[in-house]
Design a protein around this ligand. Structure first.
Ligand code: ARG
Length: 269
């Protein structure tokens, strides 16, 4: 899982607007440090044996480093994200790149945070609505990507994207922050039959769940020793990286990697 990822870069990463509670235009990232952080993330993906594709960021798109919001992909189909107005200018770049790569690109008719709110987990798509994703996208995603869509809701704009509150470690192993999800969502998650790792609000707020896992290596933010230990206890390789600058935009490691190779639905012969 997660062996092929699309990244951009932090060359134009800035906080020009505030569309999540972590962003403060008075606190700008240090560009050199942000570039180095991002390069270390890419290096960690490559060292873990993942394939990394690269789309250069555009000067007018200060959040383009967060490629996860561009789309969600299954097989050869991509449903594009439909972000807040501040990030709309990113979408044509991603649409073009995905089309050039041979993906069948589907427009989202409603607000949609892309993979930020839609995490593939085997044949399931864990999908949050109510923050950056319109509830009507649940049905669109089920139809367009043939996933069994599992609807979830986070409890505040602090968790504006699902990938801050749930981390897919392997199709049968999930890490999640119980305090960030509503009661119905907790029942849903606990009913999936997966091995569940609980993460505290403190660690989740440091973007600990915003991780990339291929089922062998987990690439995650520093500052979450309990989650890191729980993963190592399960025999996983854990690589912890500094994401201080990216955090000023309200994002972490998972936000900077759009998965390109989610397996297609199995068809009956
Ligand atoms: N500043 C970006 C925004 O608010 C951060 C996006 C992070 N992406 C994510 N998948 N959580 O849109």
């Amino acid at each position: 899982m997660n062996s092929e990822l699309l990244v951009s870069d932090a060359s134009h990463f800035r906080v020009d607007y505030e569309i999540n509670p972590y962003m403060d235009t008075a606190i700008q990232p240090d560009t050199e440090a942000a570039l180095a952080e991002h390069q270390a993330i890419v290096a960690a993906h490559l060292a873990a044996g993942r394939k990394v594709e690269y789309l250069p960021s555009a000067p007018e798109c200060p959040d383009m480093v967060f490629t996860a919001n561009a789309a969600v992909i299954r097989g050869d189909r991509a449903v594009l994200g439909c972000p807040p107005p501040e990030r709309k200018a990113e979408i044509p770049y991603f649409r073009q790149w995905l089309a050039d790569r041979g993906f069948e690109v589907v427009e989202a008719p409603y607000a949609f945070s892309g993979q930020g709110d839609a995490l593939a987990c085997g044949d399931l798509l864990l999908t949050a609505y109510g923050q950056r994703t319109d509830e009507r996208m649940l049905e669109v995603l089920a139809r367009e990507l043939d996933y069994e869509v599992v609807p979830l809701r986070t409890v505040s704009s602090r968790w504006y994207d699902l990938d801050l509150t749930v981390g897919v470690i392997a199709p049968d192993t999930l890490a999640y922050c119980p305090d960030a999800l509503d009661a119905h969502s907790l029942r849903t998650l606990r009913g999936l039959g997966a091995d569940l790792i609980e993460v505290s609000v403190e660690e989740a707020a440091r973007f600990a769940l915003n991780l990339v896992s291929d089922g062998t290596t987990v690439t995650m933010a520093q500052g979450a020793p309990r989650l890191a230990a729980a993963l190592r206890d399960r025999g996983l390789e854990v690589v912890e990286l500094d994401t201080t600058e990216l955090a000023k935009g309200g994002g972490g490691i998972r936000c900077t990697a759009l998965t390109l190779d989610n397996p297609p639905a199995k068809r009956c012969p």
